[in-house]
Write a protein that binds this ligand. Structure first.
Ligand SMILES: NC(=O)c1ccc[n+]([C@@H]2O[C@H](COP(=O)([O-])OP(=O)(O)OC[C@H]3O[C@@H](n4cnc5c(N)ncnc54)[C@H](O)[C@@H]3O)[C@@H](O)[C@H]2O)c1
Length: 323
């Protein structure tokens, strides 16, 4: 797709994945509007869109009339979400408000104001729950391990319903653990890697819970490319895809690699899962994303070591800003 001149809306556009996507779109010449409520505990950061040719609208998709923001858009990338698993457990109603109710409102607004727009929805592997088999393909049963998984599944399904009933071109990408520049590192609300990276950059010890679990991490530039391809490729529309990443790595091996990459003598300690976390832990996960690769030709190009190097290099001079 020629992105130059495309009118694009990115919900959650000041967050981790959203900001990286906005910047990539703007660099390709798209006219980009990011809408973000800078929700407490989310990944939004004022510095995320620094210097980018992106219009930022501070608004809450639960409350604002989204029709003017949707008006005339060719593509909507829908990333706004309550993403914290523990947050969803402690306040499931707030979680549903963003991840499901606001999605239905956005669907109605887009129906009126941007009837033809392609929508790419950011979904998650989370609601597969503890995998019954590996790698996990899209036919794997859905069994959310927490409230956040339930609300994210509902949001995705409302968007797919819009495709089936109204014919809107919608693609949903079930992402795995993403990391890279602009990740929220203040705490582990987004990912365990946040705590690891913050502490390793400070030269401190960090905790690895368990250690044997496998994960397929996706570097953010590969996620961005997946979003762009899903919008551009008509074979993606009306479909749900897993998007995996680099070959799976055990968390203990990942921790060792992170310490090596940091090269500052930081270390880690392996511990048992805390009781409240163990209840919603999903064990090992890695995706079978061959359907997405077949449809788009996408393949992750950043291996984990390179991704960690790039992320630490980006974060190092910004540590205090992002903590
Ligand atoms: N990062 C990952 O590893 C990962 C994995 C699977 C799925 N996802 C999905 O990708 C999307 C982006 O995730 P992220 O990691 O960038 O998280 P993030 O928290 O950095 O981004 C989400 C953004 O949405 C905004 N937002 C939340 N509620 C809003 C509302 N009511 N109105 C307007 N803005 C609102 C937040 O302020 C935040 O900036 C989410 O939908 C998430 O579920 C991410």
């Amino acid at each position: 797709m020629e992105w130059r001149g495309q009118r694009v809306l990115v919900t959650g556009g000041a967050g981790f994945l959203g900001a990286n996507l906005c910047i990539a779109l703007a660099e390709r010449g798209a006219k980009v509007t990011a809408v973000d409520a800078f929700l407490f505990g989310g990944g939004a950061h004022v510095a995320n869109l620094d210097g980018a040719d992106v219009e930022l609208v501070r608004a809450d998709i639960r409350e604002v009339d989204m029709r003017p923001l949707c008006e005339g858009r060719n593509v909507i990338f829908n990333l706004a979400a309550q993403t914290s698993h523990m947050g969803g457990q402690s306040d499931p109603l707030a979680d549903i408000d963003v991840n499901a109710v606001a999605q239905v409102k956005l669907i109605a607004a887009a129906r009126e104001a941007a009837a033809e727009a392609v929508v790419v929805h950011a979904s998650t592997r989370q609601f597969y729950g503890r995998p019954l088999y590996l790698p996990v393909d899209e036919k794997h049963p859905v069994a959310p391990p927490d409230a956040n998984g339930v609300s994210k599944f509902a949001g995705e399904q409302y968007w797919m319903l819009e495709n089936r009933v109204r014919g809107r071109p919608v693609a949903s990408l079930r992402l795995t653990n993403c990391y890279g520049p602009r990740l929220r590192i203040r705490d582990a609300r987004q990912t365990f890697l946040a705590n690891w990276m913050r502490e390793v950059l400070r030269g401190n010890a960090f905790e690895v819970w368990g250690g044997e679990q496998l994960r397929d991490l996706t570097f953010v530039d590969d996620v961005t490319e997946a979003f762009l391809l899903a919008a551009a490729e008509p074979r993606c529309h009306g479909r749900i895809f897993n998007v995996g990443g680099a070959p799976p790595v055990a968390l203990a091996a990942l921790a060792k690699m992170l310490v090596e990459v940091a090269g500052n003598g930081a270390r880690y300690v392996v511990k048992n899962f805390p009781e409240d976390r163990a209840k919603i832990d999903i064990g090992s996960y890695y995706a079978d994303d061959s359907a997405f690769r077949d449809a788009t030709g996408w393949t992750p190009v950043t291996d984990v070591r390179t991704g960690l190097e790039k992320t630490l290099a980006w974060l190092r001079p910004r540590l205090e800003v992002y903590c």
